[in-house]
Design a binder for this molecule. Structure first.
Ligand code: HEM
Length: 442
């Protein structure tokens, strides 16, 4: 079995990392894109929590299971850096977003950004997003072949426009949406050079468009007293009075807009699918929504939707919106007894951890109650962990719950008994058929 080790690993008393490169040249890229590698519990049984393989032309160290994942997330010895890891995949399209900053600079930016996600701010964002949801859901056309994924994606992008940039959906909106789509699609481009017509080139043009679009809006937001995220980023400061420059605001906004809408879309889609497959849970959640006695959710109501919370937890355990995260080691380090050499790409495979049979009872079964029993408490990590743990976790939870609440009150939905969600894992998980449901207005 090939091993990955720095020359002095043995001397340090550490184990070399076991692994298997996969196919010549391609490594495991094909399996990864097909999604089979994501669920690879056999691999874990064979190699344990730390292993290596080749994919996308690089050697990747894969970390699975709660213990090893936590060490990487916690990053106590500052060995794992985000920027050299994530920028390999995200390219220049999301440069200097919070996720791509490291160590002291990350901490300083995160402290300021945190002010945009306080309880009071979330209350304001929820009030802003509710009318957008009501309006768009009011226009959804019920029928046998309603495609969930594109409809939810359009909704979350519109919410982002209203809640983040403070704008009603206008003529510019379609262009903004397209610019984002171009940036996101460019991240998985095979040709990674600005050759006209390629995905990469389109991504660069998209980034340029977004910068030009946001620039005058930053100037306006600096002067305004508004409740959207852009205005928050323009005004907030840390304890020392540090504020973001215009350039910082634009970089953070572009990353936040991307981080927010894609993940929420996958989360809501996964929940809608599970509620279609499990009508008893749909009824249970609807009963809680009806018991609230109001169409528009307020922040304080979120805790009352306990079943919906369990459904969300279980849906993103099974379909983890960000299946894995990436780091690059800036020095040699020890990871649960293994020696990880400097310069290694390390991926924490949360999706695989969410499927481990020694952690979860019947991991393939949809069983929201497992979260009441406290099963897999340390192994549930869809929002990551440590200093880079998702800053939008409460925002995202609030958004998808508000959406599901409105859906439960206004519609019932189902899929045929033999229907199974077929996911495309070429970037974030996305249903190949868009998730077709039968949607009935109540
Ligand atoms: C609802 C579903 C969401 C999921 C499953 C999710 C997942 C994640 C994960 C796994 C990370 C950690 C990445 C890493 O460690 O490399 C992360 C980070 C981040 N997320 Fe989310 N996210 C969600 C929603 C959101 C929303 C709604 C926003 C913004 C409003 C957001 C903004 C961010 C930011 C800025 C980071 C970087 C944090 C840092 O580096 O300090 N996310 N997210």
């Amino acid at each position: 079995m090939p091993v990955l080790a720095a020359p002095d690993a043995k001397a340090a008393g550490l184990k070399p990392i076991p692994g298997d490169p996969g196919l010549p040249i391609l490594g495991r890229s094909l399996e990864y894109l097909l999604g089979t590698f994501n669920y690879n519990a056999d691999w874990y049984r064979r190699f344990g929590p730390v292993s290596w393989y080749r994919s996308f032309g690089i050697t990747l160290v894969s970390v699975v299971g709660p213990e090893a994942s936590k060490v990487v997330f916690k990053n106590s010895d500052r060995a794992y850096a985000n920027e050299p890891g994530w920028s390999f995949f995200l390219g220049p399209f999301f440069k200097r977003g919070l996720l791509l900053l490291d160590f002291d600079e990350h901490l300083q930016n995160r402290r300021i950004l945190q002010q945009a996600f306080t309880r009071d701010r979330l209350i304001g964002y929820l009030a802003n997003m509710t009318p957008v949801m009501r309006d768009i859901l009011g226009r959804w056309k019920a029928g046998q072949d309603f495609r969930v994924f594109p409809a939810v994606k359009n909704l979350t992008l519109n919410i982002a426009s209203r809640t983040f940039v403070g704008e009603e959906v206008g003529p510019e909106n379609d262009k903004v949406i397209q610019a984002f789509v171009d940036c996101v699609e460019a991240t998985t481009a095979i040709v990674r050079a600005p050759i006209p017509g390629t995905l990469w080139w389109r991504g660069l043009r998209g980034r340029e468009f977004l910068e030009t679009y946001l620039k005058p809006r930053v100037a306006e937001a600096r002067k305004a007293d508004r409740e959207d995220l852009l205005a928050a980023l323009c005004h907030i400061e840390d304890e020392g009075g540090e504020r973001f420059s215009d350039e910082d605001v634009i970089n953070h906004m572009i990353f936040l807009l991307m981080a927010a809408h894609d993940t929420s879309t996958v989360t809501a889609t996964a929940m809608i699918y599970q509620l279609a497959k499990h009508p008893e849970w749909q009824e249970r959640c609807r009963a809680e929504s009806e018991a609230l006695g109001k169409a528009e959710l307020e922040y304080g109501d979120l805790d009352k939707l306990a079943s919906l919370d369990l459904v969300m937890k279980e849906s993103i355990r099974i379909t983890t919106p960000i299946p894995g995260v990436i780091r690059k080691t800036v020095k040699d380090t020890e990871l649960v007894g293994y020696h990880v050499p400097k310069g290694s790409y390390v991926t924490v495979a949360m999706h695989t951890t969410h499927q481990l049979e020694d952690v979860w009872k019947n991991p393939k079964t949809f069983d929201p109650e497992r979260h009441v029993r406290g099963e897999g408490k340390d192994a549930w990590m869809p929002f990551g962990g440590g200093v880079h743990k998702c800053i939008g976790m409460y925002f995202g939870g609030m958004e998808v719950k508000a959406l599901l609440h409105q859906m439960l009150l206004n519609f019932t939905w189902s899929v045929p008994a033999d229907y199974k969600l077929d996911m495309d894992y070429s970037s974030l998980p996305k249903p190949r058929d868009g998730l077709k449901i039968s949607l009935v207005r109540r």
